[in-house]
Design a protein around this ligand. Structure first.
Ligand SMILES: Cc1ncc(COP(=O)(O)O)c(C=O)c1O
Length: 379
């Protein structure tokens, strides 16, 4: 779909590294360039036209991102990366915790939604408990989280999709279970957003974070929190900066040029529609999985019923680095290692080399998949 809209795809590589960062779509590139060329480059909140245009850009981007997540623009916060936003969010939430409180993380999550909670918990004297995925399928049903919830649980930190094996957890069930236990839910939507609609309001999550460079935009990230929650929690901030939500959550001057790209990328994703993205990706994923499964010596990990088109595998007799290097010689870009899904890599006993990840997004096609399969077959 739409390959011609991605200048980064013109060099003939099969780009299966989308989960590590997608190619930028033309409208996002153009929006950034246009912003930088146009003389808009003023700081926000000034008395003159260029500064007011910056305010308008930022506010229109909050609206676009909020629409993508079915949420209020007032709760949209910009930041440099999901990791930085989550580190700050967990540290801020922890100001309300006390010794004996509990936080639930999962072994399916990227470390960006684990380590910030561990650090914050350690400082508060709270304990982190882990929900494990089901062995084999690597699904994360609500009961996996229920098993570690207690009346002391303050937050549940869970991914909307695994960046390693693509599992889409039962978010609805997990949110319901967490809320029934009196806990709040923080969702990592970084891997999910290019594939699945995350309806933050419909799901009733308390906060969700994602990064535009995974959905065809520039490097720059977004956190949406329930506005009442963002009012209640008190992040560390400078004295002269606004104490109003969402501004008090944003540290320093954001990258306005990135924000110009983010609004274009958000509108692009919405213009595609998640149904057509999913139909295209599911067909390619089926081709990739059946092709890999048919190759001798390939071990595939995970078979969740609901899954993004993200395959993780090993090849007998070779470590993941060797496989990725050999695939690169065939102009097939895959990732190797643990992709920071450290808990999962340990859970599957894959450390220190990890596995190979081939991740599809909507701009991949059958030729990309077949190139991967031929290159793996050659190994
Ligand atoms: C699922 C997931 N969560 C979090 C992150 C971290 O995002 P960022 O690079 O914006 O900090 C990544 C990056 O790969 C990811 O895949």
């Amino acid at each position: 779909m739409n390959r011609e809209r991605f200048p980064g795809l013109r060099d003939g590589w099969a780009r299966l590294d989308g989960p590590a960062g997608t190619q930028m779509v033309d409208v996002a590139i153009d929006a950034m360039t246009e912003w930088m060329r146009s003389g808009h480059g003023a700081n926000a909140h000034g008395a003159f036209a260029a500064a007011q245009e910056t305010d308008e850009l930022v506010e229109s981007t909050r609206v676009a991102v909020a629409t993508l997540f079915g949420a209020e623009p007032h709760g949209v916060v910009f930041g440099p990366s999901m990791t930085a936003l989550t580190m700050r969010f967990a540290a801020t939430a922890a100001k309300e915790w006390s010794a004996g409180d509990e936080i639930v993380c999962t072994r399916l999550d990227h470390d960006a939604n684990v380590r910030p909670w561990i650090i914050a918990a350690e400082r508060a004297g709270a304990t982190v408990r882990f929900a494990d995925p089901e062995p084999g399928s690597l699904e994360l049903p609500a009961r996996a989280v229920e098993a570690v919830l207690s009346e002391r649980t303050r937050w549940v930190a869970v991914t909307a999709a695994s960046n390693a094996v693509g599992t889409v957890p039962d978010l609805e069930g997990i949110v319901a279970a967490a809320h029934a236990a009196g806990a709040r839910v923080y969702v990592d939507a970084v891997h999910a957003t290019p594939h699945r609609r995350i309806d933050a309001s419909g799901l009733g999550v308390d906060a969700v974070a994602c990064s535009a460079y995974k959905w065809f935009g520039p490097h720059g990230s977004v956190l949406w929190g329930r506005p009442e929650l963002l009012e209640e929690l008190a992040p560390d901030k400078l004295r002269p900066s606004s104490d109003a939500v969402p501004f008090r959550w944003e540290l320093g001057t954001p990258s306005f040029e990135a924000i110009a790209g983010i609004v274009a990328a958000a509108r692009y994703v919405m213009s595609l529609g998640y149904e057509s993205i999913k139909a295209h990706e599911d067909a390619l994923m089926a081709r990739m999985l059946s092709g890999l499964a048919a190759i001798d010596g390939v071990t595939l990990y995970g078979r969740a019923r609901d899954r993004t088109p993200t395959a993780m595998f090993t090849v007998a007799g070779m470590n993941a680095d060797e496989v990725a290097t050999k695939l690169a010689a065939e102009k097939v870009a895959v990732w190797n290692g643990n992709y920071y899904a450290l808990e999962l890599s340990r859970f599957l006993d894959l450390e220190p080399h990890g596995a190979v990840r081939a991740g599809l997004v909507h701009y991949n096609d059958e030729e990309d998949v077949d190139r991967l399969l031929q290159a793996v077959q050659k190994l």
